[in-house]
Every structure is written in C-alpha cells, then in structure tokens.
Design a protein around this ligand. Structure first.
Ligand SMILES: [Zn+2]
Length: 430
C-alpha cells in the first residue's frame, strides 16, 4: 500500500484554457478543497469533506486558507547564468559577450557546473518552481550536472547542450559534427530516463552555422520525441544580424524552418518581433513560443504580443529566462507579464497568469499530460501559496473582495516568502 497524504486548503483547478475561453469557465478556486497524493501521483482532487470520508487512512496536512496549486513550470531558462543574474547595462548581443559567455566558460569545469546546477534548483524550488526547461552550456558535462541535480531532488527537468559553432569565443564553440555527436549521446543517456527529457538546443541562428542547424535537424528527425529549443526574434538588432547572416531567408523563423526545426515540439523563446508570415507558420506548425517578460524589459527587448499569439492558438509558455531575466520567481514573472499586457492595452487576469505559469508552460513543453494541473493521475508536483505572506500583502488581502483579488496581490507583490510549501513527485520539499 502506497502512502496517502491528503492536502487540505483552497485548490486551484483548470478545466480548459483561459487564453482561448473565458477564464471564469476554465479556472476555479475551491475554498474547501483537497488533493489526495498517493505515492508520486495525485490520486484525487475534490472537496475536503468528501475526500476525508473516502480516505480515512490518509495522513492529513491542513493548509487552512492557503492556495494549493500546481508547481510552477518555467519554460525557458539558462541555469548556467545563475551567478550573473542582474548584471548591469547591456542589451542582448553585448550582454552575451560581456556577461554570459565568460560565465558559461566557467561551467566547462564539471565541479563548478554541479555547484551551479544544485544552487539553481534550490533557488527555484524555494520559489515554488518544480520543473524547468533549461539551456546548458556547450559542455556535455553541464547537461549531466543539471540532470543529476534534478534526479537527486526527484524533479522533472528538460535540458539540452547548447550548440554554437560561430560568433562565440574560443572554448565555447563546437562544430556541426560534434554538436550532433554530443547531443545524440546525451539523448541516449538522458531522454525519458526517470523524469528527465532532452531538448536539442541550438542557441540561435547567429551562433549556429547552417551546417550545424542542418545536423541538428537531422538528429531531431532521428529522435523525434525530443523537444527542440532555441531563441527567436528577441531584439531588433539580432533580427538584422540574422538577415545579414542568412540573406536568402524569408525571415528569422525561416532560418530554422529550412533545416527542419519548425514543427510541434519546437519551443521558441521570446518571439517578440514576428512578421505575419512567421505567425502563420508558427500557428500551422504546432510549435510553441515562450514569453519571458522580466528578461524582455530587463534587456530592453520589447513587448510580447500575448493577445495576438493567443488568438492564433499558438501554445504559450511563461518563463524567467534566468539570467537574462531578473528574477527566479514565477510570481514576479507573472507580474511582469501583467505589466507588459497593460502596456499593450491587454491586461491578463490572475487566472490566466496562473495557467500560463503551470498548465500553459507544461503544454508548451508537451508535458501537459504529466504536470501543470491538479487532477487524478498527474504527477504530484504541488506548490502551496500563502496569500498574506508579508505585511504589505496581508493588509491588501484583508481588504480584497474575493480570493482572486487576494491572489492577484500575491502575484504582483509576492516572492519566495509566499511559497509555504512545495511537493515534488509526492515528496514534501518545502
Ligand atoms: Zn534565453
């Protein structure tokens, strides 16, 4: 008999997608809710009284009026940039050259990579994030480091070796052939092993030659169950550079498309400055895009058009983009997404923000049948939110007319102090 634990509190539940249907019809909060965990999975979700009666043998953990929600899913991060988060004063290309590349070089030391991977996962877990999709560095050992650290914590993680064979310094370049060989060996070592899954990871067109993108496209057709993650149309200067590098391409997306890298299971970070053709192609292909709002404001990239992308039903994930993003917190990331929506005249509701940070991100990573939702059969990755975690939030919460208003205050003003507890794969990690 597996251990059963019954969590009591308010529960956040999804029955649909609040970006394509009204949030009131697709997301709800049950004030007297309960989640039954059995082993590593969610066995039942329902009303506290009903589940208590049906499962009298379960150990009860009563969270009072705290909010039981799916663990956060951060759909685009660079764990190797943990130690350089919040570095001052550069836009994308200079930021990479000044801060990112020297730090990523340091992770060629496997011991340092292990240190950073563990530090990163501890920091994100403290912020209620139970799954991340991360770029590693060009060193295969940096991929081993994040998967090993995740396995030690029981976490579901997606990651891949970052491939770069041009426009990067000595020591951070591979080749088309070695990128193919190393990525293939890593897929065979890690993909679908325990809770690990692999993403083939060209950093972006400026740092991958057409030969390298072609080699990775070939590899993906041999291992079609993997994800493919990269960057797309983050900054205007970057797009101009891509045009110089690949003058025959119709647009930025085409530089990936011509090598078989645009289809479902492709995950494109940023996607801010898209042409109509790119949006049409993304919508047809089943590929996902990932919104990284704190990064987009911090590095000065632009305002993601959530309403337009959502209207085309392109799957959208939400992400910190550590360390281009300025926070490890998905609460802060939701707040930034709200602020960008306001600047565009399309504010997102708390229900939509919470969906993006959990089920939406899981869907963008093709993990929506495993994580991101409180429902029977899902893996028990759960975060508990305190909706009155600081004096400032508490006084706002006491003046709120309903739980949604309380939750919105925590989204806008909350941080790791709002995370009361975290469960990973059915094990309490809080
Ligand atoms: Zn990124």
């Amino acid at each position: 008999m597996k251990t059963q634990t019954l969590l009591l509190g308010q529960t956040l539940r999804f029955t649909g997608n609040p970006l394509s249907d009204p949030w009131e019809d697709t997301v709800r909060i049950d004030s007297d809710g309960a989640v039954l965990i059995e082993g590593a999975h969610i066995k039942a979700v329902g009303r506290a009284g009903d589940l208590r009666k049906a499962h009298p043998q379960a150990t009860v953990k009563d969270y009072g009026d705290r909010l039981i929600c799916p663990g956060f899913v951060d759909a685009h991060v660079h764990y190797p940039q943990t130690a350089i988060i919040a570095s001052w004063g550069k836009r994308l290309i200079d930021w990479l050259n000044t801060y990112t590349f020297p730090e990523e070089m340091r992770l060629s030391d496997p011991e340092y990579a292990r240190d950073i991977a563990g530090r990163y996962l501890d920091l994100t877990l403290a912020n209620g994030t139970t799954t991340v999709c991360s770029f590693a560095t060009i060193a295969p050992t940096s991929v081993d480091a994040i998967f090993e650290a995740a396995a030690a914590r029981g976490q579901r993680v997606v990651a891949g070796k970052t491939c770069m064979d041009r426009n990067a310094p000595d020591g951070l370049r591979d080749t088309a052939q070695s990128a193919y060989d190393d990525s293939k060996a890593l897929i065979d070592r890690w993909h679908d092993k325990g809770r690990a899954s692999y993403a083939i990871t060209p950093r972006f067109t400026p740092t991958s030659t057409p030969e390298q993108l072609a080699a990775l496209g070939a590899l993906w057709s041999e291992r079609p169950g993997c994800l493919m993650q990269t960057h797309l149309s983050e900054q205007v200067d970057e797009i101009a550079w891509v045009k110089d590098l690949v003058p025959h391409a119709r647009d930025y997306l085409d530089t990936y498309e011509e090598h078989g890298l645009v289809r479902d299971r492709a995950v494109f970070g940023h996607a801010i400055h898209l042409t109509p053709r790119e949006i049409d192609r993304l919508a047809d292909s089943g590929a996902s895009v990932v919104h990284c709002p704190t990064s987009n404001t911090f590095i000065g990239s632009g305002l993601f058009d959530m309403a337009q992308i959502a209207a085309r039903r392109i799957p959208i994930g939400l992400a910190t983009d550590t360390g281009g993003g300025s926070s490890f917190s998905m609460l802060r990331t939701m707040a930034a997404a709200y602020e960008i929506g306001q600047l565009r005249g399309t504010p997102t509701h708390a229900a939509q923000l919470m969906w993006l940070a959990t089920a939406g991100s899981a869907r963008s990573l093709h993990l929506h049948d495993k994580i991101g939702t409180l429902a029977e059969g899902y893996e028990a990755d759960i975060s508990i939110l305190d909706l009155a975690s600081t004096p400032a939030i508490k006084q706002r919460s006491e003046n709120a007319k309903n739980t949604w208003a309380q939750l919105f205050a925590t989204i806008m003003m909350g941080d790791d102090r709002a995370i009361s507890d975290v469960w990973v794969n059915g094990v309490r990690r809080g």
